[in-house]
Ligand binder design. Structure first.
Ligand SMILES: Cc1cc2nc3c(=O)[nH]c(=O)nc-3n(C[C@H](O)[C@H](O)[C@H](O)COP(=O)(O)OP(=O)(O)OC[C@H]3O[C@@H](n4cnc5c(N)ncnc54)[C@H](O)[C@@H]3O)c2cc1C
Length: 368
């Protein structure tokens, strides 16, 4: 049940610690006298909220593809599984590159999660007038639930993807990585955080290319890190405080002249009636019903959020679960529940999450 881990393909690099051959990767021990990192104060009475969301998972990966819808051009951009914040800018860039050339006139984007908002902004940046249609707006989207780690985790099954899809994936990761970096800071709620993961750095596997997205990667033997038994590795990555980020994205969209219409589309026929001739489908899990994509499966994730603890300046992912420190609280994950359509936190699962992380805190061992 604990994640960010696989069902579909799991954090290719966060989970396996692959190493780019020939890369100058540090295999460092902490300097002598390294202070003990502060411990998370895990207790049931520090939980300030619990949340649950449904990841839009597809074994054959996200869909970025164009098709004709009557006289209109429809571009799909959905199905990002556990990596929809991470890949949002990248797949949106692929989608707009596919959909906008040769088109004139206003654009419709369906969906106001991280993917729809990135698509809408890219279309505006390309000079198009955009209307965003969505059944639900932030803060009522799955994107608001996400922990917001920029690592592509749990979004495909290795046996089901094509070389062409892999090419899209690499291009998407590259653009997202660059785009989030120019949004670093409190405005968008995006920060670099050192991140500990269980297990050694490894040099094998098809996902070695992802090590380019693990700066400052280093490996620590037992006794050199605070997580008790075993080898750990650490790298830096970005974390997105999703509530702040999405509200800022909405503000950017409106400031650039974007129009928002709250509307629930029941079928593609409803889309045909829109005045716009270019339509981007960014409905996430909504595409299961709207476009009959039955491969799209919900994977429920539940989180417990503790009172903020500003001194916690690292994240971790261990067998007990993951912890992301954010200004709006210490995010404790989580669950990975395939085929579950009910987005309601379950008290017993939340209790299990808190108890798992309490074990991490109880076993905290200061490095020698
Ligand atoms: C617990 C949890 C933790 C996660 N952690 C991470 C993480 O650390 N990093 C990461 O990268 N990802 C993470 N994810 C995954 C991420 O949340 C999703 O991949 C991402 O939110 C998908 O974004 P989206 O914009 O496609 O979908 P959504 O955010 O679901 O937005 C879909 C939009 O489409 C609209 N819509 C749907 N159907 C219709 C319709 N018929 N008519 C009109 N509008 C419609 C909705 O109202 C909404 O506005 C996590 C997910 C969960 C649940």
């Amino acid at each position: 049940m604990l994640e960010r881990r696989t069902l579909l393909r799991t954090a290719p690099l966060a989970a396996t610690g692959l190493l780019l051959p020939g890369c100058a990767t540090t295999l460092a021990a902490p300097p002598r006298g390294t202070p003990c990192p502060p411990r998370v104060n895990v207790a049931a009475n520090r939980v300030i909220r619990t949340v649950a969301g449904l990841r839009p998972c597809r074994a054959s990966g996200f869909v970025v593809r164009a098709e004709a819808l009557g006289t209109k051009r429809l571009i799909h951009n959905y199905g990002h599984g556990g990596a929809g914040i991470t890949l949002s800018w990248g797949t949106s860039r692929l989608a707009t590159n596919l959909g906008l050339p040769g088109m004139t006139g206003p654009v419709a984007v369906i969906g106001a999660g991280a993917v729809g908002l990135a698509t809408a902004r890219l279309a505006q940046e390309a000079g198009f007038a955009v209307t965003l249609y969505a059944k639900a707006l932030p803060p009522h989207t799955t994107s608001n639930i996400a922990g917001g780690q920029i690592v592509p985790t749990g979004h495909y099954d290795e046996d089901r993807v094509t070389p062409e899809w892999q090419r899209q994936y690499r291009a998407a990761m590259d653009y997202s990585w660059r785009r989030f970096q120019i949004m670093i800071g409190d405005d968008y709620g995006i920060h670099w955080v050192p991140t500990w993961q269980t297990g050694p750095i490894r040099t094998d596997g098809d996902d070695a290319w992802l090590l380019a997205y693990q700066p400052a990667l280093a490996q620590f033997a037992q006794g050199q890190h605070p997580f008790g038994d075993g080898v750990m590795r650490r790298f830096d990555t970005m974390y997105v405080e999703t509530g702040r980020y999405l509200s800022r994205m909405i503000a950017d969209f409106q400031r650039a002249g974007g129009r928002i219409v709250v509307r629930d589309f029941a079928s593609p026929t409803d889309l045909v009636a829109l005045p716009e001739t270019t339509i981007f489908n960014c409905t996430g899990l909504g595409s299961h019903h709207l476009f009959g994509d039955t491969e799209l499966t919900p994977v429920r994730g539940q989180l417990a959020v503790l009172l903020p603890q500003p001194e916690i300046d690292y994240a971790y992912g261990v067998s007990e679960g993951y912890m992301f420190p954010r200004a709006d609280g210490i995010v404790l994950g989580g669950t990975w529940e395939r085929g579950e359509w009910d987005a309601t936190p379950q008290a017993s699962d939340i209790d299990g999450i808190v108890r798992s992380h309490a074990r991490v805190a109880a076993n905290w061992t200061c490095p020698a």
